[in-house]
Design a protein around this ligand. Structure first.
Ligand code: IMP
Ligand code: MG
Length: 183
C-alpha cells in the first residue's frame, strides 16, 4: 500500500481525518456484514457516481457472494461546496431492478437528498429490498429521513475529500480521507 507521509499531507489545504489502514479495515468489516446479510439473495450494487468509485471497488471485492453491479450519476454539488437546487440523475441503469435486492453504494451522505431521491426513483421499479451503504455519513446534516444500514464512518458537519470524494472535482484520487481546512 502506498501510504503518504504526514509531512506530504500537511502541505495540502486539508488535514488527515481517516488514514488508509483505518478505511481498509472498516471496509472489510462492512463486506463481512453484507456477506452475512445477503447470503441467500444476490445483491445488486448500484454505485452513485462519482463519489462511490473508490469505496465501491474496495467494497465489492470483500463481499464474498455472487453479485451484480451498476452505476447511476447524481450531482447536487455540481461545482464546489455550494448546494444546487436540483439533483441530476443520469438514469442509465441497464440491469433489471424488479425483485432485486438493491444496495445503493455512496461515498458520502450529507443532507440525504441524493439517496432519498434515488430510493424513490428505484422503488417505482419494484425492487424486493433497497438498502444503503455509505463510506461517510454526516448525520448532523440530514434533512431527509433516511435509514442507512451500512455506514463506514460518521463525521461532523465538515467537508471531507479523498477516497473518491471531491472538492470542485479535485482530490478524488487521494488514498485517504481529509478534512478541508482554511490555511
Ligand atoms: P446530499 O444529497 O446532501 O446527501 O449530498 C450528497 C452529495 O453531496 C454527495 O454525493 C457528494 O457529491 C456531495 N457532498 C456532500 N458532502 C460532501 C463532502 O463532505 N465532501 C464531498 N462531497 C460532499
Ligand atoms: Mg461532489
Amino acid at each position: 500500500m502506498n501510504v503518504l507521509k504526514k509531512e506530504q499531507i500537511n502541505r495540502q489545504p486539508f488535514e488527515l481525518l481517516l488514514d488508509q489502514k483505518t478505511i481498509a479495515k472498516r471496509i472489510v468489516e462492512l463486506g463481512e456484514e453484507i456477506t452475512r446479510d445477503y447470503a441467500d439473495r444476490a445483491p445488486l450494487l448500484i454505485g452513485v457516481l462519482k463519489g462511490c468509485v473508490v469505496f465501491m471497488s474496495d467494497l465489492m471485492r470483500v463481499i464474498n457472494l455472487p453479485l451484480d453491479i451498476d452505476f447511476i450519476s447524481a450531482a447536487s454539488y455540481r461545482n464546489g461546496t455550494k448546494q444546487d437546487k436540483e439533483i441530476y440523475f443520469d438514469s442509465s441503469i441497464n440491469t433489471p431492478i424488479k425483485n432485486r435486492n438493491i444496495l445503493i453504494v455512496e461515498g458520502v451522505v450529507d443532507s440525504g437528498r441524493t439517496v432519498a431521491s434515488l430510493i424513490e426513483e428505484l422503488t417505482k421499479q419494484k425492487p424486493r429490498t433497497v438498502e444503503v451503504a455509505t463510506l461517510i455519513d454526516k448525520p448532523a446534516s440530514h434533512r431527509w429521513k433516511l435509514d442507512i444500514k451500512y455506514k463506514g464512518f460518521t463525521v461532523g458537519n465538515e467537508f471531507v475529500i479523498g477516497f473518491g470524494l471531491d472538492n470542485a472535482q479535485k482530490y478524488r484520487n487521494l488514498p485517504f480521507i481529509g478534512r478541508v481546512v482554511e490555511k
